[in-house]
Design a protein. Structure first.
Length: 119
């Protein structure tokens, strides 16, 4: 399972760091990523980080948000800087997990953590 944490209330221009830790029977974690769902809108992709460390981001957060991972801790992070009111959303983590060397990858989701940016 994935456990996300770090959400909260922050003023516009501020920073916040989200964490998402994986637990359970894990052989390897491939791509990890973050999604968000603003109030009244559909869930959208924020960005992701591959097992080799390569990252990509949606245009609206590129240059402000940074995704990193600590494989020893089975954790992915989302560092959010220069936050804007439009970043307000429930943020979800996602991971492609292999539970064994010959098992296919399965997609797991965290429960979501609310980030509110006040203007």
């Amino acid at each position: 399972q994935l456990q996300a944490s770090g959400g909260g209330l922050v003023q516009a221009g501020g920073s916040l760091r989200l964490s998402c830790a994986a637990s359970g029977s894990i052989f390897r974690i491939n791509t990890m990523g973050w999604y968000r769902q603003p109030p009244g809108k559909q869930r959208e992709r924020v960005g992701s980080i591959a097992s080799g460390g390569g990252t990509n981001y949606v245009d609206s957060v590129r240059g402000r948000f940074t995704i990193s991972r600590d494989d020893a801790k089975k954790t992915v992070y989302l560092q959010m800087n220069s936050l804007k009111a439009e970043d307000t959303a429930v943020y979800y983590c996602n991971a492609a997990v292999l539970t064994g060397p010959w098992m296919p990858s399965s997609n797991y989701w965290g429960h979501g953590t609310l980030v509110t940016v006040s203007s």
